[in-house]
Design a protein around this ligand. Structure first.
Ligand code: HEC
Ligand code: HEC
Ligand code: HEC
Ligand code: HEC
Ligand code: HEC
Ligand code: HEC
Ligand code: HEC
Ligand code: HEC
Ligand code: HEC
Ligand code: HEC
Ligand code: HEC
Ligand code: HEC
Length: 303
């Protein structure tokens, strides 16, 4: 026992030193494993290591499985143990924590068992896992994968089939307070909106009638141009491009109403305005508009 402890301490020391010199690599989970190497290069089947237990859970292999090919001398812990165990687990007397492969938060609500899906290829749901070189790379199936079969035809599609609490007709926690005004930001990163709002019409119908907060009284005359120059994609959420160009063809800016707009040499004249900011004319005019009077004006046509 005493001998084991001194070996263990020596092991810790060498491991610490090697970590110091390897530039502090990120510590993986409690266990290191490379699926690609075993499945692709050594042609092992998923079922060689994972079997369905009585509770329907897929089991992870024990160390005995690894011993079939790897020399593991349990009585003599050494650096060799770190091939599979992390330094942290070695420090912890090789205690192996469960569920070190993190699942996305959305899985907390998901109901799933492997036994009803026996016979379905692992790859159908764990696509690409056979190429993973680290347990940290593992990706979990997305709902769209389940929906390939759970379409109400081959298998049930009701939310309660797979979700404990989440329901289509119950607004989620995000929808509190002034959600009606703040959902835009979230919707850009969250593709799950359409899991519940299953048609884009739900979004678009409202966007045709409800104006954003920034559309205040001077919106048309002074403000919207600046905002549109900043980021036009936001306008496209609610307005098709024709909405802008139709109006621009008929409504003149304030500048055009000035008495000396056509007095070409004056500071407030159109020539000076064009020289000052040629691109702004582009928003509403094409070259042909100018060339009703000119011969050599070229406006880039861009709408
Ligand atoms: C040589 C053995 C071996 C083979 C073959 C193998 N795995 Fe694994 N697999 C492991 C080990 C070891 C882990 C990590 C277990 C742990 O975290 O305790 C793991 C983890 C996983 C996980 C992460 C979940 C978890 O409990 O950690 C999934 C999912 C998985 N394997 C699926 C597969 C699939 C699908 C295949 C076939 C493409 C496959 N495995 C082939 C040994 C294997
Ligand atoms: C059927 C034989 C076989 C079994 C069973 C097996 N391995 Fe391997 N393992 C290999 C081979 C072959 C290599 C490549 C050895 C080399 O390149 O030096 C390897 C390499 C590894 C490596 C080094 C990977 C790398 O990226 O350098 C780790 C870690 C590993 N195995 C973990 C495990 C674990 C954990 C288990 C048990 C869940 C296991 N192996 C079961 C054959 C096996
Ligand atoms: C080839 C990979 C590999 C090597 C090398 C390895 N282990 Fe393990 N070890 C595993 C796997 C896989 C498990 C099971 C993980 C789990 O339970 O989730 C495990 C589990 C353990 C456990 C938990 C109890 C058990 O038996 O399941 C102890 C203790 C342990 N290992 C000690 C060691 C020691 C000491 C060494 C070095 C002599 C060593 N291991 C080398 C892969 C390995
Ligand atoms: C129908 C889709 C599907 C198929 C087919 C499938 N899995 Fe899974 N697997 C999942 C989902 C979903 C989870 C996550 C379950 C959870 O935690 O809620 C999972 C989890 C796992 C886990 C982690 C342990 C667990 O049960 O949580 C392992 C290991 C695993 N699968 C291996 C396999 C292997 C090996 C096969 C092929 C024999 C396979 N799976 C086939 C969808 C599937
Ligand atoms: C290859 C097709 C297929 C895929 C992919 C698939 N399932 Fe299934 N699933 C089935 C079938 C078939 C049944 C059995 C339906 C029945 O008994 O009526 C089933 C049953 C279930 C059940 C049990 C339903 C019940 O009424 O008890 C759950 C839960 C489930 N699946 C969840 C999932 C989840 C979650 C995913 C995605 C990770 C998924 N399934 C992916 C085909 C599939
Ligand atoms: C066959 C199984 C299955 C069915 C049926 C199903 N889901 Fe899912 N759902 C999942 C899985 C698996 C996830 C986790 C993976 C993901 O986020 O894509 C998920 C995730 C979600 C999320 C994201 C949750 C979050 O926290 O990010 C929403 C929202 C959702 N589902 C809504 C629904 C609604 C609404 C229904 C019913 C119309 C439904 N789901 C039916 C399997 C299913
Ligand atoms: C779990 C289901 C679910 C998800 C996921 C979901 N919603 Fe909703 N949402 C609802 C329900 C239920 C309502 C209220 C009923 C209705 O108006 O149809 C609602 C209402 C709304 C409203 C109207 C609010 C009001 O005050 O009138 C907006 C806007 C909205 N959702 C946007 C989104 C966006 C954007 C996302 C994605 C980031 C999203 N929703 C994700 C279920 C969901
Ligand atoms: C109840 C009416 C309503 C519904 C339904 C609605 N929106 Fe909106 N949306 C608005 C309003 C109002 C704004 C402007 C908020 C503001 O800036 O004042 C907006 C703004 C946006 C923006 C732009 C945000 C920005 O930063 O300018 C996006 C993107 C957006 N919504 C996406 C969606 C999506 C996706 C859906 C459907 C899932 C949806 N909306 C449903 C009323 C709605
Ligand atoms: C109701 C009519 C109307 C609609 C609809 C409209 N605009 Fe305008 N736009 C104007 C007027 C009028 C001006 C000139 C304001 C001023 O300077 O007096 C203008 C100016 C602009 C300018 C600034 C040009 C300059 O002088 O630098 C930009 C950029 C612009 N609009 C973009 C857009 C976009 C993008 C849309 C569609 C999302 C849009 N507009 C919709 C009437 C409209
Ligand atoms: C959330 C939806 C939404 C977004 C985002 C949005 N608008 Fe609007 N906008 C509206 C609605 C609704 C109206 C009123 C339409 C009507 O009255 O026909 C409107 C009206 C306008 C008008 C006419 C104002 C007037 O006085 O006649 C202009 C100009 C305009 N928007 C420009 C923009 C520009 C530029 C952007 C991007 C910076 C933008 N809008 C973003 C919904 C939106
Ligand atoms: C918001 C849209 C808009 C912008 C921006 C705009 N114009 Fe115009 N402009 C118009 C409209 C509409 C007319 C009238 C066209 C017609 O009657 O066919 C017009 C007419 C004119 C005329 C003819 C005289 C008149 O007042 O009818 C001149 C010259 C002119 N614009 C120059 C410019 C120059 C130079 C710029 C850039 C500095 C510019 N415009 C920017 C919309 C715009
Ligand atoms: C209604 C007739 C008319 C229209 C339409 C018109 N201009 Fe002019 N523009 C003139 C006249 C006349 C002059 C004075 C020419 C001179 O003094 O040599 C002039 C002068 C100019 C000058 C200064 C001459 C130079 O070469 O430096 C510029 C720049 C200019 N216009 C730009 C524009 C642009 C851009 C448009 C279209 C957006 C436009 N104009 C539309 C009649 C017009």
């Amino acid at each position: 026992m005493k001998k084991n402890i001194s070996i263990f301490l020596a092991l810790l020391l060498t491991a610490l030193i090697s970590i110091l010199f390897s530039g502090c690599k990120r510590e993986e989970g409690a266990l290191k494993f490379n699926h690609r190497l075993h499945v692709m290069e050594n042609e092992m089947a998923c079922s060689d290591c994972h079997e369905i237990a009585d509770d329907g859970k897929m089991q992870d292999p024990t160390m005995d499985k690894c011993s079939e090919c790897h020399d593991i001398d349990l009585d003599h812990p050494s650096e060799d143990c770190l091939q599979c165990h992390s330094l942290k687990s070695a420090q912890n007397d090789y205690s192996v924590e469960e569920a070190m492969v993190e699942k996305p938060k959305s899985y907390e609500d998901v109901i799933f068992t492997h036994d009803v899906h026996e016979g379905v290829e692992c790859d159908t749901c764990h696509e690409g896992l056979n190429e993973d070189e680290s347990l940290n790379d593992i990706k979990w199936p997305e709902m769209t994968t389940c929906r390939q079969c759970h379409n109400g035809d081959e298998a049930p599609s009701e939310c309660e089939t797979c979700h404990r609490r989440l329901r289509k007709d119950v607004p989620p926690a995000s929808h509190h307070g002034d959600w009606a005004e703040h959902h835009g930001f979230d919707s850009r990163f969250d593709k799950t909106c359409l899991y519940c709002h299953d048609s884009k019409a739900f979004c678009q119908d409202c966007h045709q009638t409800k104006k954003p907060r920034d559309h205040i009284f001077n919106w048309k005359t002074t403000q919207h141009g600046q905002d549109a120059t900043h980021d036009r994609r936001l306008c496209a959420v609610c307005h098709p491009a024709s909405y802008c160009s139709d109006c621009h063809r008929s409504q003149k800016p304030v500048s055009h109403a000035r008495a000396d707009w056509m007095a070409y040499t004056k500071e407030n004249g159109h020539a000076e305005a064009a020289r000052h900011n040629f691109r702004s004319c582009n928003v509403c005019h094409s070259t042909s508009d100018c060339n009703e009077c000119h011969q050599n004006i070229i406006l880039r046509h861009k709408r």
